[in-house]
Design a protein around this ligand. Structure first.
Ligand code: AMP
Length: 117
């Protein structure tokens, strides 16, 4: 179900442009508008779920589809040999800003420590 005021639902609907790198029946992968690494792709379920917990509890198969698309994107972006990072920011402590579940696929250079301390 589309949420009309959800940014990523609007990208799925084609109402807001995005640089799509892969699309499946159930998922969409597109470049982050403010990349934090040389490769920074977001992978989302087309269906709206607020975060990865809600998504996984409601539809574990769809959560698997998101992981599958993230893995293919890592391959096609050439990240697998050197490694990369897959992140689901969740909730306030996780720094989540867009409340439509998404995986960040980050790579293309050494990414440094997992957390800034
Ligand atoms: P998060 O903080 O995990 O919720 O990440 C949200 C991400 O969405 C951030 O990395 C933003 O740069 C990215 N973002 C926001 N608006 C857009 C957009 N229109 N197209 C692509 N990425 C976006």
């Amino acid at each position: 179900m589309m949420e009309t005021d959800c940014l990523f639902c609007r990208i799925v609907a084609g109402e807001i442009p995005a640089t799509v790198v892969r699309e499946t029946d159930t998922t969409l992968a597109f470049r982050d508008i403010a990349p934090k690494a040389p490769v920074h792709v977001l992978v989302i379920p087309k269906e709206h779920y607020a975060d990865v917990v809600t998504l996984t509890e409601a539809d574990p198969g769809l959560a698997g589809d998101v992981l599958g698309t993230a893995a293919v994107v890592a391959e096609t972006e050439g990240l697998v040999a050197d490694g990369f990072r897959l992140i689901f920011n969740t909730g306030p402590y996780g720094g989540q800003e867009v409340f439509h579940a998404h995986a960040h696929v980050l790579g293309g250079e050494p990414l440094g420590p997992m957390l800034a301390r």
